[in-house]
Design a binder for this molecule. Structure first.
Ligand SMILES: Nc1ncnc2c1ncn2[C@@H]1O[C@H](COP(=O)(O)OP(=O)(O)OP(=O)(O)O)[C@@H](O)[C@H]1O
Length: 288
């Protein structure tokens, strides 16, 4: 069983917004970065993965198991970190450990204290008195201390200083070494993904646009720049979006070969960053 997470045709409807027909598989042993604009549906998708939200339709499976029959077993194998994770605001980390630890079969006190030291965390201060970054580190220490096979994080690097952010990415990379772990996390900091992600899942307006290896994303998408005189209905067919300016156009394509044969040497082709892709695909996707 290679898929640690499987969302099959998952839909959740809110008033005025839906996450629609999501098919997302996460293979064991890889890091997947989950990107998308504010309000695109990342947290909603993650909550359905965590069974904090029930889909209106479709199927969610983790480790091949269903939450309906195996909730405890599934949760046991997941380390979860999210922004509002400070569920015990008035308690200190030591008390939280005393409550949370026994809930996990594989809780490891030694590992917990290792992270407390590494993250320089105070054990006796109430969570609500810690800075946002420290709270995130505390959540991480808890989430990493029960030998979870799957680590799911909703914007774990938000609120962290650049130094700890980098340390966190190094730590995640270390966690991946034995090949048995899987990490899925959402972020707005796309440069973090270039450092550690194997796959990128991109959601736009509630639809999953792609879940591709970071290598394939780099191969499949490109920015094309050239003079406005080159554009017409026919030559624009391979562009997903065109930005027109008096000085020339810039466009995103997912068909580099065809663009090359249409324009030859008259255009410049550059690698599209994840931010470029998000920016150009922020509207509805259609070939122009
Ligand atoms: N419980 C809810 N009831 C109604 N609407 C909701 C609910 N939860 C989320 N939404 C709406 O669903 C949309 C997607 O929200 P979601 O939090 O999944 O986005 P996101 O991609 O995580 O955004 P961000 O990057 O800003 O955190 C938003 O328009 C939000 O208002």
């Amino acid at each position: 069983m290679d898929n640690v997470v499987e969302l099959n045709n998952v839909t959740k409807n809110f008033k005025g917004f839906s996450v629609k027909n999501i098919d997302l598989q996460l293979k064991k042993g890889f890091v997947t970065g989950f990107i998308g604009a504010n309000g695109a549906g990342k947290s909603t998708t993650i909550k359905m993965m965590m069974n904090l939200l029930r889909p209106d339709s479709g199927e969610v499976k983790l480790f091949g198991l269903d939450y309906k029959t195996h909730e405890k077993e599934i949760k046991e194998r997941i380390g979860f970190v999210y922004d509002g994770n400070v569920f015990f605001e008035g308690l200190n980390l030591k008390d939280i450990k005393r409550i949370v630890g026994p809930a996990y079969k594989h809780w490891d006190d030694g590992l917990f204290y290792h992270y407390v030291e590494q993250f320089d965390l105070p054990l006796n201060k109430a969570m609500k008195t810690l800075s946002k970054g420290m709270q995130m580190k505390a959540s991480l220490a808890i989430a990493l201390s029960h030998h979870a096979e799957l680590i799911i994080m909703d914007e774990p690097t938000a609120g962290l200083d650049p130094i700890f952010r980098r340390e966190l990415l190094d730590l995640l990379q270390e966690l991946m070494i034995d090949g048995n772990r899987t990490i899925f996390f959402s972020t707005h900091i796309t440069t973090d993904l270039n450092r550690i992600a194997d796959y990128i899942a991109f959601i736009n307006r509630g639809k999953l646009i792609f879940n591709q290896s970071i290598h394939d994303v780099a191969e499949n998408y490109a920015l094309v720049k050239g003079g406005m005189d080159l554009l017409d209905r026919d030559t624009e067919k391979d562009f997903l979006h065109v930005h027109r300016a008096p000085t020339g156009f810039e466009a995103l394509t997912d068909n580099i070969q065809s663009v090359k044969s249409t324009f030859g040497d008259s255009i410049v082709i550059e690698q599209a960053s994840l931010e470029d892709i998000m920016y150009y695909l922020k509207g509805d996707i259609h070939h122009v």
